[in-house]
Design a protein around this ligand. Structure first.
Ligand SMILES: [Fe+2]
Length: 499
């Protein structure tokens, strides 16, 4: 934060200028003076922020009110105080109503000057303190929201929108470093032409690439003042922009122990373009974006860690399903066969790729709930007691409960597992769903599951013949099986595609 200490005194009378400079310097301020409005405006443009503009009203060329109006366009935080003779007191009062902070009547006393300046400085500090507090509160909200988003794409969209809003930018993008670290890919964007929304750029040939390679932010007030950047830029219509890297704090943050190759330290680059109202981005904007980028990098690494953990968890559960089957020669390979049969049927029925993907993952897991049933019951060749039968009937809901915490599984996956023993007539388990209340994908798994059971030899019976299986499926179409699914399975069996 700037020390609130600089004052610009403007008066065409040298005596008054000198007097004011002396008084205020004596009070410890950093004071400069100008003898007319034009000179004052050029001094304001110099680096170093003036806090107070102390100006006479009646001056040749540009009067004090005009000067204030011009100065506040570029420096809205500047606090204007006017000096006025009795003749222009009414003008001074009107100016105060329009936002001039205060006026001092000529001839003035030392204490009047001191009072006006002290009040103005106090107000400046207060409004800056308030603005800073607002900024901190906003950033705090952003960081809180980031921690609550657990899905990568949503997180990226949120980061970009929050960043644009914080710095009043109209356009922007968030670009992710590709795995090999050689390029950047647009992962979220606002206001980009459609052709650019999934663009890839090489590291060496773009501004984002430069930021990623050097792990350094870039603030550009006007690209046309930077010939070396013009060559790299893909977009010259937005003259002012900021690009900041999202970096791992530690080069190994968020990486599994097993990954030993060098990975890029910068995981993404946040770009904001086109300040609303056509102005230039400031150092303050850069500071805000750097904070947002820091939080975003940490959140992104977390989301990826969680996703990794979940997919490991899922892989473990799939392995458990397979191990469970492998213990029993009769069921060995059952889940994978059910998956293959389901996919064949789904393709023949013209299901979408998305549905097929759900079947692919869900089918292997459909009997995972059997981990809750003892081997003795699962492999029993004699008649089951009612308790044993109950234990078997619980496996779909046990599987559902085991898998529910895995966020990478969609409700459709969970439904497959829970409902694969439901029947069209409502006589199935665990929920007694019927007809259309059983989702279409589940009806496919149910038929594939039954087919594999009939086609396999079990401890207590031999495998059924093709004719017997077709007979069974036809007989139970509409009661146990969805009639359309049953028809497809019969076609697949008869054409030999299933064997
Ligand atoms: Fe089952």
């Amino acid at each position: 934060m700037t020390v609130a200490n600089r004052i610009l005194v403007v008066d065409d009378e040298m005596v008054i200028r000198t007097l004011l400079v002396d008084i205020l310097t004596e009070e410890g301020f950093d004071v400069e003076s100008a003898e007319n409005g034009r000179e004052a405006l050029s001094m304001l443009a110099d680096p170093g922020e003036f806090v107070i503009l102390f100006t006479d009203i009646m001056m040749p060329e540009m009067n004090g009110i005009e000067l204030i109006r011009e100065a506040r366009k570029d420096y809205p935080d500047l606090i204007p105080i006017i000096m006025t003779g009795f003749a222009t007191l009414e003008t001074a009062r009107a100016a105060v109503k329009e936002g001039v902070y205060d006026y001092v009547l000529k001839p003035f006393s030392l204490s009047e000057i001191k009072l006006a300046v002290t009040n103005a400085i106090e107000r400046y500090s207060l409004s800056h303190e308030n603005a800073r507090l607002r900024e901190i509160t906003e950033l705090f909200h952003i960081s809180e929201s980031l921690a609550s988003i657990h899905e990568e794409q949503r997180l990226l969209d949120y980061v970009l929108h929050a960043a644009l809003e914080r710095v009043n930018a109209e356009r922007g993008s968030l670009m992710m470093t590709t795995e090999d670290g050689r390029a950047l890919r647009v992962a979220a964007s606002v206001g980009l032409p459609v052709t650019e929304t999934h663009a890839m750029v090489d590291m060496g040939s773009s501004i984002s690439g430069w930021v990623a390679e050097h792990a350094e932010p870039l603030l550009v007030g006007n690209i046309h003042d930077n010939p070396e950047l013009i060559a790299m830029s893909r977009n010259l219509s937005d003259r002012s922009f900021i690009s900041v890297p999202l970096e791992r704090k530690d080069p190994r943050d968020g990486l599994p122990q097993t990954v030993t190759v060098d990975v890029p330290r910068v995981i993404a680059v946040l770009n904001v373009n086109a300040k609303k109202g056509g102005g230039e981005f400031s150092e303050g904007d850069l500071k805000i974006l750097s904070i947002v980028a820091n939080h975003a990098a940490a959140a992104l690494i977390n989301v990826r860690l969680i996703e990794d953990l979940e997919s490991t968890h899922l892989a473990t559960l799939q392995s458990m399903s397979l191990v469970l089957e492998a213990k029993d020669a009769y069921t060995s390979g059952h889940s994978e066969r059910v998956r293959d049969y389901s996919l064949l049927a789904a393709r023949k029925m013209g299901m979408s790729e998305q549905d097929i993907e759900i079947l692919r993952v869900g089918a292997v897991l459909h009997d995972v709930g059997k981990i809750g049933v003892s081997d003795a019951v699962l492999n029993k060749s004699g008649k089951l007691t009612s308790e044993e039968w109950e234990a078997i009937r619980r496996h779909p809901s046990v599987g559902y409960d085991v898998l529910r915490p895995v966020r990478t599984l969609a409700p459709e996956h969970l439904q497959l597992i829970r409902s694969h023993h439901e029947r069209m007539d409502g006589q199935g388990y665990p929920d007694g769903l019927d007809g259309d209340n059983i989702p279409p994908l589940t009806r496919i798994i149910a038929a594939a599951d039954a087919y594999d059971a009939m086609a396999s030899t079990r401890a207590y019976r031999r495998a059924l013949s093709t004719e017997e299986i077709v007979g069974q499926i036809a007989e139970h179409a509409g009661t146990q099986f969805d009639p359309d699914v049953a028809r497809i399975f019969i076609e697949l069996i008869e054409s030999g595609e299933l064997s």
